[in-house]
Design a protein around this ligand. Structure first.
Ligand code: FAD
Length: 479
């Protein structure tokens, strides 16, 4: 009887313990993906993720077919569709890689009971994380809320999951169940088609992910510690969407870094910094695991009473990259164009939304969720709470980024702004992060008409800073 391999964010053949176990069992294998927009309580995929999903499914289906198998696609509530495929095929087992989002974990528990009753083996495997959240707990058994002790506990006696090669052959059952046609899912936008920039920037799928990792370890890793913060450099791995869709395992990324470390001085700053970022991902998952309401509620309770202003027009201006602060606008436009934003820019735009505009972090989180190709419930919610000052190990609220100084520090020549806000490209480096200070003749020469070709700042920084601190005083005073 066939074994179903139920796929979610794990579109890879290597390092896939569930697929590996199914192939090793010698039975026919049915790789199955179910697009579920029906089950309540979950975060339905955003637009950019849907675009990526379509592309990664195409690539994965090809990889499966090259090994003799066939990827089956269904749409609907997971509990119903999975039971249907089991029934149609007479499968005796469902193998899958464990998920950690609260709604996903709850669904797995519910399915386990149902399949136990039906006598169908329902087996979960690790692989999405380097370590399960249960493994890294405080002495009291709870979640770490500060990163450094988490990192220490996490890396102590870390044993990586065994590396697994891609199976050579995936035996298809004699009768394959019916599958949806991917085109009918209409995952790519058509009117208007905003995906061209995404297609230019990315190569979704396992081979794209592996190429990215190989390239990064060869050319980026050695200078990562310094370059990762520079907006004008391509200094980070850009593995995040590949990790979010499971096209590459975190273990493969860790191993690549560990291999590069061999023969280097014991404490190579860049390699350790990169590993720490991989562990920030694990930290986010640990938080989400222990605090299932992380995407909706502030970890620090007093922030539930925060006096937000939440101006809809200003939210829109922020989303469109029209705040009048070039570094903020460059970040948002990079996001629109490519489905990605540099981490430093994410911190700047998020801080601006929450502190300068006093718009709730959940509004920014929802916008990122819809527009990022690497949208990840754990990383997105933990990071937004971190920036807003209400999360774990968060930046103190009173540290309010000055968008001009951030721009001057991390984009000193203005190249990042020139790239994404072309209407300012003619400005010199000393004016590009604060065009309102430029002399009229410099503006004229650059073809910039403030308030027309480029907006004036939505709020003045010094004023916004004081206003944010006053708002914070109000919740600090709440008992
Ligand atoms: P690299 O610097 O090359 O890091 C390697 C990997 O480590 C990343 O791919 C990612 O998986 C992990 N990582 C790096 N930084 C972080 C971090 N701060 N927290 C957790 N994991 C990290 N990341 C997402 O994957 N999905 C999100 O939805 C997301 N939303 C964010 C929202 C805000 C407001 C902020 C400030 C950050 C967010 N991040 C998110 C974290 C981070 O910005 C991205 O992971 C990173 O920019 C991805 O680029 P990279 O792959 O080149 O990262």
């Amino acid at each position: 009887a066939p074994v179903i391999v139920w796929l979610r964010n794990d579109f890879r053949l290597r390092d896939h313990p569930a697929l590996n176990a199914a192939v090793a069992a010698g039975s026919p294998v049915i790789p199955l993906y179910i697009l579920d927009d029906e089950t309540p309580g979950q975060w339905a995929l955003g637009g950019a993720s849907r675009w990526w999903l379509g592309k990664t499914i195409e690539a994965f289906a090809r990889d499966i077919a090259a090994r003799g198998g066939k990827l089956i696609l269904r749409r609907g509530a997971v509990a119903r569709e999975l039971a249907r495929v089991v029934e149609e095929t007479g499968a005796t087992a469902v193998y899958f890689m464990r998920g950690y989002e609260p709604s996903v974990a709850a669904l797995e528990d519910q399915l386990k009971l149902a399949f136990d009753d039906m006598g169908v083996a329902f087996k979960r495997y690790g692989g999405r994380l380097l370590r399960t959240p249960e493994e890294t707990r405080t002495k009291a058994g709870g979640a770490y809320q500060v990163f450094t002790p988490f990192w220490r506990a996490f890396t102590k006696d870390l044993t990586l999951p065994r590396a697994l090669a891609a199976p050579d052959r995936i035996k298809a059952p004699s009768r394959t169940p019916k599958s949806d046609d991917l085109r009918d899912w209409q995952l790519s936008p058509s009117k208007p088609d905003w995906s061209r920039g995404l297609a230019k920037a990315w190569q979704p799928g396992e081979s794209g992910a592996r190429a990215r990792l190989a390239e990064f370890t060869k050319t980026g890793l050695a200078t990562y510690a310094i370059d990762r913060n520079q907006l004008d450099r391509d200094g980070t791995s850009r593995l995040s969407p590949h990790l979010a869709f499971g096209e590459i395992s975190p273990a493969a990324c860790w191993r690549a870094a560990a291999d590069a470390a061999r023969g280097k001085s014991a404490n190579d700053q860049s390699i350790e910094t990169f590993m720490r970022e991989l562990v920030w991902r694990e930290f986010s998952y640990s938080l989400l695991f222990h605090f299932p309401k992380l995407p909706e509620e502030p970890l620090r309770r007093e922030f539930a009473e925060f006096p937000w202003l939440g101006d809809a027009g200003q939210l829109k201006a922020w989303q469109r990259g029209k705040t009048g602060y070039p570094i903020v606008d460059a970040g948002m436009r990079e996001l629109w164009a490519t489905g990605y934003m540099h981490n430093r820019a994410r911190m700047i735009v998020a801080s601006f939304l929450v502190k300068h505009l006093l718009i709730p972090w959940t509004a920014g989180e929802a916008c990122f969720w819809d527009t990022l190709v690497d949208a990840d419930l754990a990383n997105n919610s933990a990071s937004w709470q971190w920036v807003a000052g209400c999360g774990a190990d968060a930046a103190p609220y009173f540290r309010i980024f000055n968008p001009v100084l951030q721009g001057e520090k991390f984009d000193p020549n203005g190249d990042y702004v020139r790239r994404w806000v072309p209407e300012l490209a003619g400005l010199t480096a000393d004016a590009i992060h604060k065009p309102w200070t430029a002399k009229p003749e410099s503006l004229a020469q650059a073809g910039v008409v403030l308030g027309k070709s480029y907006p004036r700042p939505l709020v003045e920084h010094a004023y916004a800073r004081v206003r944010a601190l006053q708002a914070y005083e109000q919740i600090k005073a709440t008992p």
